[in-house]
Design a protein around this ligand. Sequence first.
Ligand code: PLP
Length: 379
Amino acid sequence: MTVLNSLIRPLVRDLHAYVPGEQPKIKGLIKLNTNENPYPPSPRVLAAVKAAVDGRLRLYPNPTARALREKLAKLHGCMPENIIVGNGSDEVLALAIRAFVEPTLEGRVPQVPNQSKSGTRGARPSKTVQYFTPSYSLYPVLADIHSAAKNVVSLKPDFGLPSVKELKHGKQWDFDAALTFVTTPNAPSGRGYKTLELEKLCRALKGVAVLDEAYVDFANENALKLALKFPHVLVARTFSKAYSLCFQRVGYFVGHPELIAALDKIRDSYNVNGLGQIAAVATLDDLKYYRANFKSIISTREWLGRELTKLGFRVLPSQTNFILAQPPKFPAQDWLQKLRDKKILVRWFSAPEVRNYLRITIGTQAEAAALVKAVRGIL
Ligand SMILES: Cc1ncc(COP(=O)(O)O)c(C=O)c1O
């Protein structure tokens, strides 16, 4: 061990950091690997951001993203106190672990659920962060950073949500988990879940439930009402995917003011940058533009699914801005390189449940057509 290494906490030394999708700067590359929106922010949003770039950059931004929270509250039919904004939804997900989950003293503990018999919310929850697999690959990293115990439970083979009855029967699910993340619609499968089944799951959980709705604008239903109905449910949303603002890093939670206030205590004072706040506010003033984009993306998604199916891919139904597709003829990992050789970048995950698939972000119709042409060439 080097001297400097010994200065680093063992937990951090052993940590496997989150691996974000590549952001290569290759001329002419069609980038379908990180679920970014192929359409730019609306002209009004760009104008608002440009107009804000002046001497005011020397000032701190509003510390509570007040104007943005007021607009979001109007949109969702709640109060600004129901909302906390973060530096992307990744930040609020991390805050939830820090606020609601006790770290374990010894670092990683065996993945054994702590099934208390108490059965009442408000009793001390277990120290567990719980989520389904596959789902957003950041959750285990956030849990590890916090030295939290993880309980990882498989989705059904078709990536459906197990019912409460099935979870009880399976015995692995921890209904007392301090914090449960549900990615809905699911990533990386793209599968959507009914609000009714999410409601049944939330009702049965004793700790905090986070419904991560990063992709919900491309879905048939959303579960926002559950965050306003159940005090222990938080819904996470982001401006990154549907609202073309990855670059600005703005995401938020909707939930009970008491949980929101707890999260508010532990965030950085100026966690949301000023231009991000301005861009997000302007976005909410121009929702018509974005709703038209959702329609285009959904129609391209359905077209691409049909075309790839004709070419022998097994394409899973998606309610997101990406599809998960099992390619024919070669292993999925080989396809990654074959497509890259044709200047098309998609995503492949090594996790056992999805290693036979490619995750393909829905681009413009022209990008989707280029992908289909490239696939034909490879076949
Ligand atoms: C399921 C899910 N949740 C949250 C996020 C994070 O989004 P943000 O850009 O708001 O941090 C992502 C981004 O890929 C995601 O896939």
